[in-house]
Unconditional design. Structure first.
Length: 92
């Protein structure tokens, strides 16, 4: 499994809400190889998205589709980090 963590900081709540909707309704349906998405609200204008992919190749395809376009937005401070999952554990 391959994971990408994106940080989005917008100038307005309306822009942040639009990104939340895009992730929730479009990204999950349209990206091949995506396993899950988790969004964490830090503030009304700052959110973190955790995107889990089947493979590194699938993550690279997703990067080209969405991330490259997000980097062009003037009212957005965007950062992205990624890597292979080391482990996952939940308390039973």
């Amino acid at each position: 499994m391959f994971v990408r963590i994106n940080t989005f900081k917008y100038a307005s709540k309306m822009q942040a809400d639009a990104t939340r909707a895009l992730i929730k309704y479009e990204v999950i349906k349209n990206l091949e190889g995506i396993v899950s998405i988790e969004v964490i609200d830090i503030t009304e204008t700052h959110l973190i998205g955790i995107f889990r992919y089947e493979s590194e190749e699938a993550a690279k395809k997703g990067y080209k589709v969405y991330v490259e376009n997000l980097k062009k937005e003037a009212n957005l401070k965007f950062e992205s980090i990624e890597g292979a999952r080391a482990f996952y554990i939940e308390k039973s």
